[in-house]
Design a protein around this ligand. Sequence first.
Ligand code: SF4
Length: 253
Amino acid sequence: MLAFVARFESELTFGQVLIRRSGSAFDLRHIEDRDLSEGKLLRLTRAELRRWSQRTQADAYRPLKSSPTLAPGWTYHCSDIDSLDDALQIIYPGSVVDWYAGLAERPPVTDYRDFTNRQSGMYRITQLLSDSQAASVIEAACDAKFCLKRRLWSVEGLEPDPSEGKSIIPCLEPCAVFLEFARKAVRIEQEAKAPVSLSASELSSIESALNCAIDAESTGAREAEVGDALNRRRLQLLLIKLKTVDKPGLLKE
Ligand code: SF4
């Protein structure tokens, strides 16, 4: 933790949390609330911070703490480094330790193949995805719309996340939400396929509709419910697949 606080002088953005140093103490708030006065924010107790980190603004459960769905409107005071460590552990469990590990020249990552090869039981089938299928699943599941961790692990043919664009919190190996999604993606691949013939305009309409649904705060499907056809990661995966379809030419109006 000492190495972590030594990395910044006055403030640091960690995921969606803005950490401000104040002597030997620290104040936390949502990054969206950067310019709000303290009086406009709810000062949380430790128990309230825990509850706050578990629910979205729409009061849905947050199965993945690194989802960009931490609700704004609060502040939390940490009297010292230990209290800061505790608060970050509540908001982003394990993230400071991972951050430190991520600084190494060769961070201790577990790539898709190593991770899935050691799965047994119901998750063993995740080994069946080809490299390109796994790459699409990773791109869909770990998109910045769904997770702010910077993915350092990968699969053949797919680069890890770049240093810009998500956050300084690294992801060192596939998480439980990802694994469940990958399992569902295998099941979807194993289903019989319908021969569908669509024009370029029709494909364009489907892509636009998918983008609208993905960008909406909620489709009504819960984040971890990958069995729901409206799950946003599933829609993102479908969108990625559609982008690889050879499109017929558009008719001129
Ligand atoms: S596996 Fe993907 S979704 Fe899960 S924590 Fe890592 S980057 Fe986020």
